[in-house]
Design a protein around this ligand. Structure first.
Ligand SMILES: NC(=O)c1ccc[n+]([C@@H]2O[C@H](COP(=O)([O-])OP(=O)(O)OC[C@H]3O[C@@H](n4cnc5c(N)ncnc54)[C@H](O)[C@@H]3O)[C@@H](O)[C@H]2O)c1
Length: 414
């Protein structure tokens, strides 16, 4: 299969502006359109980005036979129903995270993808962050063997979401902002699981933190549509390879950045640890098996602009405020990104271009994206069950797994 991509972006909100230029520039893309139910937003993006067509109704996009792909950038709770409708209309789908909020809707997406052999690619940025690439490379090379334990987290305080939620939420924005953090678990789960091919969560036990100070967004008295009391939730996952992962999704925390990262990743043969700006790797000394060789590997994982100033005391402050968001790291496989995307704005540690390229390569070749629905389910479902576990005061629960991709469908590597 070699298919030119005619894509329509669904939702002209704040985040999508980072992606329209990337897809427009990608050599496999023939045309880009936009759609929003809010006419002024659709018109504004249509004019700003010089797109092929502007739509105001998702159903009109589905009826358009020239459009063979949609990219869903609506609010987080709206993705799965749109994905399901698009797949039913024979469109390939790129979806911002999360893929869905219930196991049932993710199962339905999986069934449609499997039966129709359409492309679904999750826009999960965590899989390409420098720490994930580093640990994955070490696992794939065999240097890291037998995963034991890892910790990953997505710390994003609610105060930095206020404007985002107000943008589309109107007067009721707090009711959406109180979304359970574990229904958006992929920035932490993906980091551990994308390093461990074929591995999935078998069991989960989670605990939530109930708001004490500001109870206007998170709470069980109708503050939000989910009656969700938790602003922060941490989960312990038992993995199918025998390892253990701790993931945390924190939305009320005295911290800004680094925001989404692996803090440690231990295997029997080697380990990775990180704090703020410093990345370390340790292996057993072949000359003396009782001694560890501990090496700082920050030059591989930090963007060069940060690394150059790692000893500048001001850099700690800048890093804590989010320095490096749009920047790339030497460890990331930048060479595979088409040159047409050079110079365009990137984001989330330079991962946006990988998200765009994975989807485009996938549709063009007919091969599965690395963040295909089977992998996306493994990133999403542990969080859905973690929230249920937290609501049951930490009860250990089984995590459903949708299995591996069909054996006759090749998966593009990360
Ligand atoms: N790191 C990441 O991966 C990351 C970062 C930021 C945002 N996101 C995700 O991106 C998505 C978009 O976020 P945002 O901040 O841009 O949201 P937003 O609220 O600014 O925009 C959403 C837009 O979708 C439109 N919309 C809703 N239903 C529609 C429909 N049926 N048809 C057409 N348009 C419709 C709304 O009118 C709105 O303009 C969210 O799911 C968010 O979670 C992911």
């Amino acid at each position: 299969m070699s298919e030119r991509i005619n894509i329509c972006f669904i939702g002209c909100g704040r985040f999508v502006r980072n992606f329209i230029p990337l897809f427009k520039a990608h050599p496999f893309v023939e045309s880009v359109s936009v759609c929003d139910i809010l006419k002024d937003r659709a018109d504004a993006y249509g004019a700003e980005f010089g797109v092929s067509r502007v739509f105001y109704d998702f159903n009109d996009v589905l009826k358009d036979s020239k459009i063979n792909a949609v990219a869903i950038f609506t609010q987080r709770q709206l993705h799965a129903p749109l994905t399901i409708a698009a797949l039913k209309a024979d469109k390939n789908v790129y979806s911002a995270v999360p893929t869905g909020l219930t196991v049932e809707e993710i199962q339905e997406i999986e069934q449609l993808v499997r039966e129709k052999r359409l492309i679904f690619s999750s826009g999960e940025t965590g899989a390409y962050r420098a720490c994930s690439v580093f640990c994955r490379n070490k696992i794939l090379s065999g240097e890291m063997k037998n995963f034991v334990y890892g910790e990953a987290q997505y710390n994003h305080d609610m105060r930095h979401f206020y404007d985002s939620y107000k943008h589309s939420g109107g007067e009721d924005w707090k009711k959406v902002a109180g979304f359970p953090p574990m229904l958006y678990p992929t920035h932490s789960t993906s980091m551990i699981l994308s390093c461990l091919p074929g591995v999935y969560a078998k069991k989960v036990a989670a605990f939530g933190y109930r708001e004490r100070q500001d109870t206007d967004i998170f709470g069980e008295n109708g503050q939000n549509y989910w009656n969700n009391p938790y602003s922060n939730t941490s989960a312990l996952l038992q993995l199918s390879n025998g390892g253990i992962a701790r993931i945390s999704e924190n939305r009320r925390i005295g911290w800004h950045a680094p925001q989404s990262y692996i803090s440690n990743f231990h295997t029997e043969t080697a380990s990775y640890e990180f704090s703020v700006m410093h990345h370390y790797y340790s292996t057993w000394d072949p000359e003396d098996p009782k001694k560890i060789i501990l090496t700082e590997v920050s030059d591989l994982l930090n963007p060069p602009e940060l690394q150059a100033r790692i000893n500048d005391p001001a850099m700690v402050q800048e890093c804590g405020r989010g320095f490096g968001f749009v920047m790339t790291s030497p460890i990331q496989p930048q060479k595979r990104i088409p040159k047409e995307l050079d110079g365009l704005r990137n984001g989330h540690n330079g991962t946006h271009k990988f998200m765009c390229d994975d989807f485009c390569r996938s549709v063009q070749t007919g091969k599965l994206s690395p963040t295909n629905i089977w992998q996306a389910a493994r990133f999403n479902i542990p969080g859905i069950i973690a929230h249920q576990s937290a609501m049951r005061d930490g009860e250990t629960m089984t995590v459903p797994d949708l299995g591996n991709p069909p054996a006759d469908w090749e998966v593009l590597p990360f």
